[in-house]
Design a protein around this ligand. Structure first.
Ligand SMILES: [Zn+2]
Length: 232
């Protein structure tokens, strides 16, 4: 197509079609999001929040800890509905650790209210280890510290409200582990344990899933919880 330019050319600009289109669609996006409430500090705390309380029992603490996470539901009843943690409290009869627990929960609550991604807290907390040593939970899961256990509770909560994906094993993996376990127990002549009763006595700690479930099978260290094996 020929275009005749009758006037003097004073300047020119190359039109990027892709850019124009994306600019147009962003404007459209903004228009449709205009009423969507996002999590940020300006959000006022509603009178009522829904929440869950988790109990933590640790041999490092004389009394149980009760961890309460309260959530806010944003854009309820719209396609943008989401449930997000808003605040966290930890209660215990034990006052020894009061000051750092209050500090930790205030900072966590502040992170929740800032908005954006708060799932990084799980990894950060779970990586904290107590130099005096961690402890084994029922079922053989190793907790490197009480802070790590608070991280594990937060992880459970975020999975429950759909902000994190659970790492549930699929059918085939479960079957594979059940077979491995049966084979191990048969080879030991041991009494078969019910699933959930923990792992065979003398099992070693798995470096991958932090569970005391690694046994020697055919000369190879195999985890009966997650299937991790040194021999691939
Ligand atoms: Zn494992």
């Amino acid at each position: 197509m020929t275009v005749k330019i009758s006037q003097r050319i004073k300047g020119f600009k190359v039109v990027d079609e892709a850019l124009e289109r994306s600019a147009a669609s962003t404007t459209a996006d903004k228009a449709s999001k205009v009423n969507v409430v996002e999590m940020d500090e300006s959000l006022q705390r509603p009178e009522t929040l829904i929440g869950m309380t988790y109990k933590i029992k640790s041999p490092l603490f004389e009394h149980a800890l009760y961890v309460t996470v309260n959530d806010i539901v944003l854009n309820a009843g719209t396609p943008h509905e989401q449930r997000r943690p808003f605040e966290i409290f930890i209660n215990s009869k034990n006052m020894d650790h009061f000051q750092w627990i209050v500090a930790l929960t205030r900072i966590m609550s502040a992170v929740f209210r800032k908005g954006g991604d708060c799932t990084f807290l799980v990894e950060e907390l779970r990586a904290v280890f107590d130099p005096r040593g961690g402890y084994l939970k029922k079922g053989g899961v190793y907790m490197p510290s009480i802070v790590a256990e608070i991280g594990a509770v937060l992880e459970r909560h975020l999975i429950a409200i759909g902000m994190l994906e659970g790492q549930a094993l699929d059918e085939t993996q479960l079957q594979y582990l059940a077979e491995k376990r049966a084979a191990y127990e048969a080879s030991q002549g041991a009494v078969t344990l019910e699933p959930g009763d923990g792992f065979p006595a003398g099992a070693q700690l798995c470096g991958k899933c932090n569970t005391q479930a690694v046994v020697q099978m055919d000369g190879c260290a195999t985890c009966l919880n997650c299937g991790h094996s040194k021999c691939g």
